[in-house]
Design a protein around this ligand. Structure first.
Ligand code: BES
Ligand code: ZN
Length: 954
């Protein structure tokens, strides 16, 4: 026991030591290497060289804190014909330490003029002093050199005139175009800044902790409207007929949340119970698809105001569907921008899964209005505080506002998705160092989003819902209009007392609505921080190994690795220094109550009150860990599933299936055992559990099909069709039923038609002919649309017809389905044509190119084509997307990470090496290489087992 305790303390101190190193590094940078203006004067040679050859007075990526912005007055005039913009700004700054220069961010802007005004200059209308502007593009910075030292504690005003082209990609202030029903192409101008692109639209202190107020003015022509974060206060008519809209000054906020749009969109609007005006904007012909978003955003905004006990602080909220958008959506304060398919819902062509997606994205971006906008992470290393929370709030808010969507049961997939990533050695801690714009962008990944959300869900389960809610209210109230770090969150969640609460006898009493009947002891949860840092500062996911000996349960924790096995020489080294505080939950065959135990050491023992035939850990799969049952543990669970699966709750059954197949990848469980576990699914009544089982079997089918392993492909097809026959036969081709009945229908029929099952093909063909005969006017059931189109796309006439309809369709949801269908063609020349259209960017927009290449790579007949195309056209692709963009990451991983042979691995390795030799490096390279290696090992071990297992079953 003493030994155990020491081991545990040792590991904790290592954990703290690591975080201390990270902190120390930041301290060193900011305290000791920050050159003062005096240092610069003494040794200008030690500094970088500006574009004009003069020494640049700053050599850090992070801005100095000597000067901080208070207020920006920004005037922007975009010209939608010449596709450029001219602008001017006046930044009010506070000088904290006397200095001879001001460092700002600026990227690809032409600065025409910069003038410094003291408060006195402004008061007496004196002309101000011209500033010398130096530029250091490597760090996207400019330096404004002042003729006389700026004095500490004084305010100054910096006026800058600048101009640039509207960007051609999706960054900064960019142009987007759309086609009207009448065939006319129209242009709009829109911003997208997060994380580091505000500097492409106006010179600014572009770091999240430099919060300031913004007063924005936009010039436009009379046929357009202008939108920004705040409501418009007035419009002034200028000479020549131009109009200038003035917007109210914003609350204090970070630069990455500033937004403005000039467009000719139409809107629908409504008012929340607290009087906020919510409007949904879209291009005029898509107006009819905006209504669901309005209903959802009104409900969700009401919900959040209640849940957070903080009113939405702006008078209005606009949600805008942008025709060209790189990611899914962006939470600009008061002016949220969306890809059209993330906001618009077309009752005729949007399926039930489209509805779930739109609801989730709205819920996510609205959550950011508090998590992210009101309280912002101090630096991008903690982006999970924004994204993990917003992802987690999707669960809380959608459950409450749309219970019929049963998002609660689906949320497990959010965790399963990231476990695949987090069980590779190349994963990273949730809170990770990030300095350069590329490193910052790379932080927007599954680890920050999904793992962040999953550990919050685990914590909520540990604390209970009320305490959790109270903690986050505390956090949001305490840090409103400010920035926060991980530790601030843990302190808020540990502290039961809110500022308004009163304390007596060591307890705090609250009359707030969330804690009406609860007493909490301050400091009761000191372990929250200790526990949570083991999840945020360490990468990876733990494996809890359970073995039962009589009434005793022996527990052991390890780091779970899916492609490195215990017998590998490197395994031990990869385990060292990993230790989590795991809030375990379990139930047993004799007690289905939820039992709890925190596993803080490597090994531990639990004594049960009586002998039980089985124990199931991780109740409702709320914990972020995988469980392995040694000895007869799995056999006992399988026996129970076969006898009566309903003794386990549906989420527990899903968890068992998930963990079993994960353990196969880690070679802890044989594939036949995991497959045997799925055998009871014939009697499964929960759609979500059935879908999980189907997903694994389906993925094996696709794996075999890609590698053209014909005997196993054939047997697996027979097995699937026979095994799922009763449920396939009961599917109707309609939109009837609950959401999950509809989801199951889509998934099952998609697989069945893919397997070329005659009745499925026949029904889909029939529907397709009716649809073409009606000239695309017939409304088909939305949940089977994609299947009908995919079957239709297999003939040349059908494929050509679909492409024509693609061009004409006004529904993004329909276009996605058609594009997917087109990408399933077996003809190389058709697939190539799609890629050409995507590269051209007219019929198929550049924003859809990454998803298209991914879809083609999933098609066995397209995988080589897509991969060759990416390799051969790398420089062309780089002209469209930045190397570190979302799109590039999808293109790279989407066209490679399914490979499962040594030759393919070699090809990918060579390609990545050639890129590295040219100076391109991304984390995704390592992720892909590890994934392919894992696939190869999976095949080596499991292909023979799968073959034999099928021979017995068929
Ligand atoms: N803040 C992000 C947008 C973003 C993504 C900015 C990547 C910079 C880099 C936004 O809130 C977001 O998370 N969007 C998601 C959609 C969401 C529902 C998961 C996206 O764009 O994929
Ligand atoms: Zn987000």
């Amino acid at each position: 026991m003493v030994n155990l305790l020491r081991k545990q303390m040792f590991s904790i101190s290592i954990g703290l030591y690591c975080s201390a190193i990270i902190l120390l590094k930041i301290c060193i940078c900011s305290q000791f290497s920050m050159p003062s203006s005096d240092q610069f004067n003494k040794d200008p040679g030690a500094f970088p060289v500006a574009t004009n050859g003069e020494p640049f007075p700053w050599h850090e990526l992070r801005l100095p804190k000597m000067v901080i912005p208070l207020h920006y007055d920004l005037l922007v005039h975009p010209n939608l014909t010449s596709l450029d913009f001219v602008a001017s700004e006046m930044i009010e700054v506070l000088v904290r330490d006397a200095t001879e220069f001001i460092i700002l961010h600026s990227k690809d802007l032409e600065i025409m003029n910069a003038i410094l005004h003291s408060e006195e200059d402004l008061r007496y209308r004196k002309p101000g002093k011209k500033l010398n502007v130096l530029s250091y593009p490597a760090y996207q910075q400019i330096a404004l050199l002042v003729p006389e030292k700026l004095m500490a504690d004084l305010r100054y005003h910096v006026a800058i005139d600048f101009q640039a082209k509207l960007a051609d990609n999706f960054e900064g202030f960019y142009k987007s175009t759309y086609r009207t029903l009448g065939g006319e192409t129209r242009t709009v101008a829109v911003t997208d800044f997060e994380p580091t692109d505000a500097r492409m639209a106006f010179p600014c202190f572009d770091e999240p902790s430099f919060k300031a107020n913004f007063s924005i003015k936009i010039r436009r022509e009379s046929g357009h409207i202008a939108l920004s974060n705040m409501p418009k206060v007035k419009t002034i008519e200028l000479e020549g007929g131009l109009l200038e809209d003035h917007f109210e000054t914003t609350v204090k906020m970070s630069t990455y949340l500033v937004a403005y749009i000039v467009c000719d969109f139409k809107f629908v609007s409504g008012t929340t119970s607290s009087g906020i005006k919510v409007s949904i904007y879209a291009s005029p012909d898509k107006w009819s698809q905006t209504h669901y978003a309005l209903e959802a955003s009104l409900k969700l905004l009401d919900f959040y105001e209640n849940y957070f006990d903080i009113n939405y602080p702006l008078p209005k909220l606009d949600l805008v569907a942008i025709p060209d958008f790189e990611s899914g959506a962006m939470e600009n304060w008061g002016l949220i921008t969306y890809r059209e398919t993330s906001l618009l819902f077309d009752p005729k062509t949007s399926s039930t899964s489209d509805k779930l997606w739109v609801t989730r994205v709205i819920a996510h971006e609205l959550a950011h209005q508090w998590f992210g906008n009101l309280v912002t992470m101090e630096w991008w290393n903690d982006i999970w505080l924004n994204e993990g929370f917003a992802t987690y709030m999707e669960l809380i808010s959608v459950n409450a506002t749309y219970p019929e969507l049963q998002f609660d049961d689906y949320f497990l997939n959010v965790c399963f998705e990231v476990i695949t990533r987090d069980s590779l050695n190349s994963s990273h801690p949730i809170s990770n160092q990030a300095e350069t714009p590329t490193q910052i962008r790379e932080m927007f990944d599954k680890v920050s989003y999904n793992k962040g959300a999953c550990i919050l869900n685990m914590l909520k389960d540990f604390l209970n819902g009320e305490k959790f809610q109270k903690g986050i209210i505390h956090y949001l109230k305490k840090f409103s209009y400010r920035n926060a770090k991980n530790d601030d969150l843990w302190s808020s969640l540990s502290n039961g007392c809110l500022e308004g609460d009163f304390t007596s006898g060591g307890f705090c009493y609250s009359d707030s609505k969330t804690t009406s009947n609860t007493l909490t002891f301050p400091g009761e949860n000191v372990e929250v921080k200790e526990m949570m840092t083991t999840w945020t500062l360490q990468k990876g996911i733990p494996l809890v190994v359970v073995s039962q000996e009589g009434r005793s349960l022996r527990l052991r924790q390890e780091r779970f690795l899916s492609g490195v096995f215990k017998e590998d020489p490197g395994w031990r080294a990869l385990q060292e220094r990993y230790l989590w505080h795991i809030p375990l939950t379990y139930s047993t065959s004799s007690s289905n109550a939820v039992h709890r135990h925190i596993l803080k050491s490597k090994t531990d023992t639990l004594d049960l009150p009586e002998k039980t035939s089985w124990v199931k850990f991780n109740v409702d799969s709320n914990g972020y860990y995988i469980v392995h049952y040694e000895g007869h543990g799995w056999d006992q669970l399988i026996t129970q599933l076969n006898q009566n699966h309903t003794v386990f709750r549906p989420k527990d059954r899903i968890g068992l299936i998930h963990d079993a197949f994960q353990l196969v990848s880690a070679r802890r469980l044989t594939l036949d055992k995991a497959l045997d576990l799925t055998h009871y699914l014939q009697h499964e009544t929960s759609v979500l559990v059935l879908l999980k089982g189907l997903e694994y079997l389906e993925s094996f089918y696709y794996m075999m099909e890609r590698r053209n392993i014909s005997d196993v492909t054939k047997n697996l097809k027979h097995y699937l069709l026979r095994y799922f026959k009763p449920v396939i036969d009961t599917q109707s081709w309609s939109d009837e039923g609950s959401i999950w009945d509809r989801m199951l229908r889509s998934a099952l029929l998609k697989l069945t038609c893919h397997l070329n099952h005659a009745p499925c093909i026949q029904k889909a063909t029939e529907f397709f002919s009716q649809w073409t005969e009606s000239s695309g006017k017939l409304n088909l059931p939305t949940d089977v649309l994609k299947i009908v189109y995919s079957v239709g796309a297999q003939t040349t006439a059908g494929w050509n017809y679909l492409l024509e309809q693609y061009e004409l369709s006004m529904s993004g949801a329909e276009k996605n389905k058609i594009l997917y269908a087109l990408s399933t063609s077996k003809h190389q020349e058709k697939l190539m044509k799609l890629i050409e259209l995507g590269m051209e960017g007219k019929v198929i927009k550049t924003q859809d190119l990454a998803a298209l290449l991914h879809a083609i790579a999933r098609n066995p007949q397209g995988q080589q084509l897509a991969w060759n195309f990416v390799r051969e056209n790398w420089t062309h692709l780089l002209k469209k997307f930045d190397l570190d963009s979302f799109a590039m990451r999808i293109i790279i991983s989407g066209t490679t990470s399914h490979f499962s042979s040594k030759d393919e691995l070699q090809e990918v390795k060579l390609f990545f090496e050639s890129l590295k030799a040219q100076g391109s490096h991304l984390d995704i390279f390592q992720i892909v290489l590890e994934t392919i290696t894992k696939n190869i090992k999976w095949m080596e071990k499991n292909l023979p087992t799968l073959r034999t297992w099928l021979q017995v079953k068929i």
